[in-house]
Design a protein around this ligand. Structure first.
Ligand SMILES: Nc1nc2c(ncn2[C@@H]2O[C@H](COP(=O)(O)OP(=O)(O)OP(=O)(O)O)[C@@H](O)[C@H]2O)c(=O)[nH]1
Ligand SMILES: [Mg+2]
Length: 401
């Protein structure tokens, strides 16, 4: 934050914009390893209108990487500049498949840029790094970006916020997968692919899928990623969908120009000596429910979040109880229980901190820390905010408009 006026950020983006594969690879590595400034710069850059994103998602080992490779080559043959990013599940796996993938598929052979990246667990959505890497690929001139993610539970809807078209994969012969898939991503898929169609059971799996779904179900295609059958059909179907669907609004330019524009009150924090006792009081007073509770050792507190109901997007009340000596226990000693801080959610906490620093605000945290629930947070000193301790929290994903 105290370094010069951003040469270190714009220079790597210049290389990316020039389409240099090595500059792109370096920028991805930097973003992947937590370079928040570069990530912000990538997110702030205008999205090239011709770039479209196709998500390939499905259970581990179903053939997503193999299909991304086959589909990518098909699109490259049709004259597209293709980039593939494969998001590895964050749990380390044994057996070498993952490393094999990385080695076999990484790099740029002149026709297609392929890169896998690790994504950390527990974000409940697509990691912000992934979105930034997609943007880097777009900035580098790739106009068809294939995004491989493991669809396994909640975060999967997040992919549909980034992708123009979402393709969900099932393995041939996996009737169980059809059942499991019904509740998840397949609800939002534009296309369903039964992969490994060279194996027995593909037709049965496709029939099962059709039978479990209403008439407006996503069309199902049979594909063998290894043998290449059905890949041309898939490329055609994807291309037709891209032509038919309007691109999502990725401009973000206004918000990017001012990262404090789209802030939203997330919660009000109240310091209390005993969270549970205090919660009982708020329950009977306003009928608030417990939404979540987190022990945050970094801050020496237990945080209880209360709100009208779990699915409400109303602002929350946070009861902060000290579990160890620290700022909150000192606050209680000095002032007793009461209003402790207010927290705003921001779409890019690094950019928001930079903007606040540029406005002369006194930051308690110059770089974000992990707060309740593992979210990135940072505090601004009350001296800069009318006597109120101000918390910023990274939004899980950009607010919809
Ligand atoms: N027989 C057959 N095997 C396939 C097909 N597609 C992929 N495979 C094989 O299945 C294995 C896993 O393929 P990947 O493409 O790595 O699967 P993935 O979904 O990317 O796996 P993760 O990224 O680990 O979740 C590899 O050994 C592939 O060769 C297919 O269409 N038919
Ligand atoms: Mg893979």
């Amino acid at each position: 934050m105290r370094s010069g006026p951003g040469e270190s950020v714009s220079a790597p983006l210049d290389g990316v914009r020039a389409g240099e594969p090595r500059a792109l690879a370096r920028a991805i590595t930097a973003v992947e390893s937590g370079d928040g400034r570069l990530r912000s710069a990538a997110m702030a850059a205008p999205w090239p209108a011709s770039a479209r994103v196709v998500a390939l998602t499905g259970p581990p080992g179903v053939g997503k990487s193999t299909l991304a490779n086959a589909l990518g080559r098909r699109l490259a043959d049709a004259g597209r500049a293709v980039g593939v990013v494969a998001v590895d599940p964050s749990s380390p796996r044994t057996g070498g498949a993952l490393l094999g993938d990385r080695a076999r598929l990484a790099g740029d052979d002149g026709r297609m840029f392929f890169r896998s990246m690790a994504a950390r667990a527990g974000t409940g959505g697509l990691a912000p790094e992934v979105e930034a890497v997609v943007r880097l690929l777009a900035l580098s001139g790739r106009d068809r970006i294939l995004l491989e993610t493991v669809g396994a539970g909640q975060g999967e809807h997040a992919v549909t916020g980034v992708a123009d078209v979402t393709v969900a994969l099932l393995a041939a012969g996996s009737g169980d997968a059809v059942q499991a898939a019904k509740a998840g991503l397949f609800e939002v898929a534009d296309l369903v692919v039964v992969n490994q169609a060279d194996r027995p059971g593909a037709e049965t799996t496709a029939a099962l899928w059709r039978a479990t779904r209403a008439s407006d179900a996503a069309p199902v295609l049979l594909v063998s990623a290894t043998e290449g059958t059905g890949v041309a059909n898939l490329a055609e179907a994807v291309t037709a969908l891209l032509a038919a669907k309007p691109a999502p609004d990725r401009s973000g330019a206004e918000d990017a120009a001012d990262p404090l524009r789209a802030i939203r009150l997330h919660h009000v924090g109240v310091a209390v000596p005993d969270g549970d006792a205090s919660m009982d009081r708020w329950r009977s007073l306003l009928g608030l429910e417990e939404i979540s509770r987190h022990r945050v050792d970094e801050f020496g507190v237990l945080a209880l979040f209360l709100g009208p109901s779990a699915d409400s997007d109303a602002g929350l009340l946070e009861l902060v109880q000290p579990t160890a000596p620290g700022p909150v226990s000192r606050f209680l000693e000095r002032r007793g229980p009461g209003l402790h801080h207010i927290c705003f959610e921001v779409r890019d906490i690094h950019a928001a901190l930079a903007a606040l620093a540029a406005r002369g605000a006194r930051l308690v945290d110059e770089t974000p820390r992990r707060g309740a629930g593992g979210h990135l947070v940072a505090f601004v000193h009350p001296a800069s905010a009318g006597g109120v301790l101000l918390e910023l929290k990274q939004a899980e994903r950009p607010p919809r408009r």
